[in-house]
Ligand binder design. Sequence first.
Ligand code: FES
Length: 171
Amino acid sequence: MLLTERERLREELIALADQFGRQRSSLMPILQEVERRHFRISEYCMQVIADLLDLHPVEVHSVVSFYSFLDESPRGQFVIRLCRTITCEMAGKDHVARQLENDLGITFGQTTPDGKFTLQWANCLGMCDQGPALLVNDQIFTRVTPERVHGILQECRQTFGVHAVAGAKER
Ligand code: FES
């Protein structure tokens, strides 16, 4: 018998709970894994996870809402997170932000209609002495200038279909 999408998702979450454990401390690893696989954590997923870990759904929801790396709504293949904390602010993050928005035709918080790029703000990425800093999925770019934005996006487009940005290194 074919499983419905929800049944399949539920089985996947049960397997994750078996893998990571059903204690409170398993919540974050499970959420991160769901995010990695599905690029979002739906309301239904949150309910099932709460059920499996014996947590209140509001608790799961508040964790997802708190961490900018966890998304309730669908996001693009490439999530670009630009640091907006004070040091990067002073290093010129606004110019980089404007260039990203111009090149992609979206504003922060949005995803391009083709589903390739999502722009998000991030808080300090731990590269304060090399700002402005941004993350593309899990690859960090430092000392980003508006001029570099085009090349970074180009690199993403060339690697579309690959989960990470191949060859993108900290620099
Ligand atoms: S302030 Fe931007 S990386 Fe720390």
